[in-house]
Design a protein around this ligand. Structure first.
Ligand code: SF4
Length: 94
């Protein structure tokens, strides 16, 4: 396995659902702490946002600030949907 960080990032990006690639990319570029938290929670749950809402790990350092704590009746969290939408358009590193 390569030690090249860009190659590792691109390898991981290839395994991330399209809707979340932009969040991950923004996080690993160090552009946003919010994106880093969101990406970590998404990765923790296998990229299943509903599982973040249902997270019970109150001892986790990210628990209090995790995304998707409240899902609207239409199934979307407006604040994070906007971030996802914007980020998913940014594509891959490299
Ligand atoms: S808050 Fe929950 S979903 Fe987020 S990283 Fe911690 S355990 Fe995982």
């Amino acid at each position: 396995m390569s030690n090249d960080p860009i190659q590792k990032i691109n390898q991981r990006l290839s395994q991330i659902p399209k809707a979340y690639k932009g969040i991950y990319k923004k996080a690993v570029q160090g552009k946003s702490l919010r994106a880093a938290v969101n990406a970590q929670c998404l990765e923790c749950t296998g990229w299943q946002r509903k599982e973040i809402t249902l997270c019970t790990a109150k001892a986790c350092p990210l628990y209090a600030i995790r995304p998707y704590q409240e899902i609207l009746q239409d199934g979307h969290n407006e604040a994070f949907s906007a971030v996802e939408s914007k980020n998913s358009e940014q594509g891959y590193i490299g």
